[in-house]
Design a protein around this ligand. Sequence first.
Ligand SMILES: [Zn+2]
Length: 188
Amino acid sequence: MDSRNQPLRQCVGCRKVRPKAELLRFVRNPSAEAVFDREGRHEGRGFYLCPGEQCFAKAYKNKRIRNNYFRKREQINELIYEVREELLKMIKKDLIRCKKMAYLMDGPCKENSIREDDLILYLNDNLPEEKVEMHAAARAGGAKIYRLPKGCECNSPCLIVSKECPIAPRLTMNLQKYDLLSSKGLAR
Ligand SMILES: [Zn+2]
């Protein structure tokens, strides 16, 4: 994607402006509570947040946001939980789609079969050393590497989504958001 033509939005937490696709959008439900707008297509007013816990916490400190979308502090953690669950659902669905379209390779992944912009997903942190080295080489070669979220059923320790897969960009973005929301958040 050409970064110059991407629509930009501001996070109400940290106030940074980022490409809209990297942010999470929230809208107000009939009970005047914030709900995750996973496709970003709901009508009406809403707000954007970075996929990081600190930005959720900062949003609650924003008086306008708090008065319009939240009634109690606990809603922040509930919302983070909801977003993670929704992202996980989308990731699972997309992996099934990739497999159906034959863009998913789940055999033993060999270094020479990984190309720039391929998406590599691996199951756990305890990879054998040769795998770690192989993934480092793949990353240096431009492959995108993510941990497969817990709850994604998979019999293979490593999945490769081919860069030709039309839904790979969406899958990558959702994995990135899930990853950031499960760790310490954006560091830039
Ligand atoms: Zn932010």
